[in-house]
Write a protein that binds this ligand. Structure first.
Ligand code: BGC
Length: 812
């Protein structure tokens, strides 16, 4: 028999392993820096490079010097309910990764929206494990079809951010299997990921980087995962614990529990070299797959043709926008005067913060997009309300670069600064700069104000700073921690130091110089500080009155409301779901002034919309990626319909069934068991603002019939539906499975299938969906296995979990 490519790769892996001594092997299991593993020329191995993920590929620098395509947030991708589009997103990201010399994309994030308070939900797909698994599997297949690896993350139960490094999530085995592990299982089964990332948190005791049961027994044993297990950044804490727990790579380096620590443990008889070999084998297999191991043919030898990133970002964005309300056909916009209102209409929030940050070459705001799309003279813009409750990062109007100097003041190197935020980790320093020769970093350049008045400048960060604006030194002192927790300096508000009267359109010189403190002995060095800036502040009532006036004078008012990076980001959770600042008051005032008020909600995850019944239309735009404003113009003008359906229930915090994200004594019990998201809303008999699956589009659909075929192997539903509206459209046909006999231990119904279809006006079309066997199973804790629950079920088919149009009953 001829050898398969896979067998040849395995042979190359064994050959390479045989060339490595213990020190080389243990070195390979530890990051050599923030993003890469060491090259081992003796085994023909190149340095494997990893990068975040998931909406773009940042590359190895936290800098705009090498920009990246920024796709819409993962919540947006899930809102398309379109695995085909997720696959194309993956292909594009592989192309980006190859362009940047990246072998492994640290994505996708497939944790669940357990509680709406989770601060990082924009980066995960859904509250539903089936939808998450379908989108995640398609994304992984897309990335890997471009020859680039993925690390499905964060395995497992990293569903909130509070105390994420230490929290022990206490989760029943049933909830783990049916909810939190389910997307990982589906992706392993359907997409064969080449990697997984183990989370910071613990689950039922052991921390995830040492979780022998879930990693070795479940993931590798039962599911047959053959890829690599990389720790979340700094999540590996114990040399032998991680090794026996099945962790292959400890990131980042230098200075990890692996490397020389692991070599020593083997020599001291504390760690088993066979386990080291097994881990090295998996790393070499990854290298072989991505083409980083000499003599091994990569899985993909001819990557797919290049795609247009901006065009795809725009397509995904408009397909993700969810029209949750559209009274009297307020959208699409009719010709006439449009009053565009809101800070985020001008300074769009296109992506969520934290490790998911990338630096796109351009961003299109709603103001840019609508200005380009609407006839001249029909659009006005007013600010209305500022969502920032503190000084934001210096951004619009600033042209900055970072200049690095040594102790003698000689310039060592420079780097462009995309905003006033500097974050250089480990060896990620401008060319010519090292931690040894670096003495100061000066953020310098010009600021051209958009408004005349008193501008405020401030600093976030610790240490000696000098702030100069328009030739005047406003601060020259040491900024010290406020309280005991140095993290507050990074997560807390910036300190205002200068109030300067400036004139719109007249540039001034700005400089913030930071003196780098001497090394403190920590292996990982970080240069991080922020220049913050706030435009002239006007009384909120005055801004709102001005916006209401503009709305009154227009045919339609379009208000863009948004969260800020202080509301939704990585590293912390939310404490409420309100829109920050005076945005609720703004919407109410505008709606009172103009009955045709359309609100665009620019947030990555649910916010409360207390005025939602007072406005004509509400469109959720997520964090829409770099082309968000262009996509918004596409759907507002009616060139395209908004295609999204809610991947997560939107409701108020007071009604939300699962709200606890704060551990007590280090533990967070998942007391609700299998009832999260819509499963919980239904169990508690509560009605959310907008149900799971909801989304209107611009046409209407009649559900005509369903036929179900049940065979021993599959249950397949074929649904006939008609586009009853007057324009072409796309519908997401959703299938919910409901036991006829209510069982209090199971949800009333759950998503078991979906299919997207397109049809012209008046046309009928068929949607076919196969319900997986797993949809009928529960995890039986007594036997520790899946149990198929026989009986009568309704397959309820419709437009959302609440708008069910036709039903078929089956006996299985
Ligand atoms: C995040 C990961 C990310 C890693 C590297 C961590 O803080 O949780 O999702 O991949 O950093 O940036």
């Amino acid at each position: 028999m001829t050898e398969t490519a896979e067998e040849r790769r395995e042979a190359a892996v064994e050959a390479a392993l045989g060339k490595l001594d213990l020190d080389a092997k243990t070195r390979l299991l530890a990051g050599q820096d923030m993003w890469s593993l060491p090259a081992l020329p003796e085994a023909g191995l190149a340095s494997l490079v990893m990068s975040d993920g998931p909406i773009g590929v940042r590359g190895v620098h936290w800098s705009a010097d090498d920009p990246s395509v920024a796709l819409p947030s993962p919540t947006a991708l899930a809102a398309t309910w379109d695995p085909g589009l997720a696959h194309r997103a993956g292909v594009l990201l592989a192309q980006e990764a190859r362009r940047k010399g990246v072998h492994v994309l640290l994505a996708p994030t497939v944790n669940l929206h357990r509680s709406p308070l989770g601060g990082r939900h924009f980066e995960a797909y859904s509250e539903d494990p089936y939808l998450t698994g379908r989108i995640g599997a398609a994304y992984v297949r897309g990335v890997q079809s471009g020859g680039v690896g993925t690390t499905v993350k964060h395995f497992v139960a990293n569903d909130a951010e509070t105390d994420r490094l230490t929290v022990n999530n206490v989760v029943s085995e049933r909830a783990l299997r049916e909810l939190y592990l389910a997307p990982f299982e589906a992706i392993v089964a359907n997409a064969h990921p080449w990697g997984i990332m183990t989370a910071y948190n613990s689950v039922n005791g052991p921390t995830m980087t040492e979780h022998h049961h879930l990693v070795e027994e479940v993931l590798r044993g039962t599911w047959g995962f053959d890829g690599v297990n990389v720790s979340d950044w700094t999540a590996a804490r114990s040399t032998t614990g991680a090794l026996t727990g099945g962790l292959d790579i400890a990131m980042p380096g230098p200075g990890t529990v692996y490397g020389e620590n692991l070599a020593r443990a083997v020599r001291d008889g504390e760690a088993d070299e066979a386990l080291v070999d097994a881990a090295v084998r998996r790393v070499l297999r990854l290298a072989a797959r991505v083409g980083a191991l000499e003599g091994a043919e990569p899985v993909v030898t001819a990557p797919p043709p290049d795609a247009d990133g901006a065009a795809l970002a725009r397509e995904i964005a408009r397909r993700s926008f969810v029209l949750v309300r559209n009274e009297g056909g307020a959208l699409p916009l009719r010709p006439g005067r449009i009053a565009l209102i809101g800070a985020a209409a001008r300074d769009a929030r296109v992506l969520g913060g934290g490790s998911a940050t990338v630096f796109p070459a351009r961003t299109v705001s709603p103001l840019d997009g609508l200005t380009a799309a609407l006839p001249d003279g029909t659009l006005t813009y007013t600010l209305g309300a500022d969502p920032n409750t503190e000084l934001p990062v210096a951004d619009a109007g600033f042209e900055l670069r970072a200049v690095c100097r040594d102790a003698a003041g000689t310039v060592l190197g420079t780097r462009s600064a995309p905003s006033g935020h500097i974050q250089w980790t480990g060896a990620d320093l401008p060319d010519g700069v090292t931690h040894e020769n670096l003495h100061s970093v000066e953020l310098t350049g010009t600021f051209t104000p958009r408004e005349s008045g008193t501008h405020t400048f401030g600093i976030k960060g610790l240490g000696p700073f000098r702030l100069t604006v328009a030739g005047t030194v406003h601060y020259d002192d040491v900024q010290r921690p406020d309280g005991d927790d140095p993290f507050l300096t990074f997560f807390g508000p910036p300190v205002p130091h200068a109030r300067v009267g400036l004139t719109a359109g007249e540039p001034v010189e700005v400089s913030l110089a930071y003196t780098v403190p001497p090394p403190d002995g920590r292996p990982m060095r970080v240069i991080g500080f922020t220049l913050a800036h706030q435009d002239p502040q006007r009384a909120p009532e005055e801004l709102i009155a001005e916006a209401a006036e503009a709305a009154r004078a227009a045919d339609t008012a379009v208000v863009v409301v948004a969260t800020t990076e202080r509301v939704e980001s990585e590293g912390f959770d939310r404490t409420d779901l309100r829109l920050p600042g005076h945005q609720d008051d703004l919407v109410r005032a505008v709606a009172a002034a103009n009955p045709r008020t359309v609100v665009i909600v620019n947030s990555g995850s649910p916010v409360e919309l207390p005025w939602r019944d007072e406005v004509a239309a509400v469109l959720l735009s997520w964090f829409p990626g770099q082309e968000g404003g262009a996509a918004l113009a596409d759907v507002l003008t009616g060139a395209h319909e908004p295609g999204g359906r809610l991947p997560t229930t939107w409701g108020s915090l007071a009604d939300a069934p699962v709200t606890r994200v704060v551990p007590e004594n280090g533990e967070l019990p998942y007391e609700e068991g299998v009832f999260i998201g819509y499963r919980a809303w239904e169990k508690h008999g509560r009605t959310p603002a907008y149900p799971f699956g909801h989304g209107l589009g611009y046409t209407d659909w009649g559900y005509e019939s369903v036929e179900v075929a049940v065979t021993p192997h599959a249950t397949t539903a074929t649904v006939r539906l008609r586009n009853t509206g007057d324009r072409p459209g796309r519908e997401v046909v959703q299938l919910y499975l409901a036991p006829v006999e209510a069982d209090p231990t199971r949800p009333a119904r759950w998503l078991a299938g979906f299919a997207g279809v397109e049809a012209g006006p008046g046309e009928t079309v068929e949607a076919t969906a196969e319900l997986p066997r797993r949809a009928f199973e529960i995890w039986d804790e007594a036997t520790g296995s899946w149990s198929f629950v026989k009986g009568s079920y309704e397959i309820q088919i419709g437009r959302s979990i609440a708008d069910r149009r036709i039903t078929a009953t089956i006996n299985v």
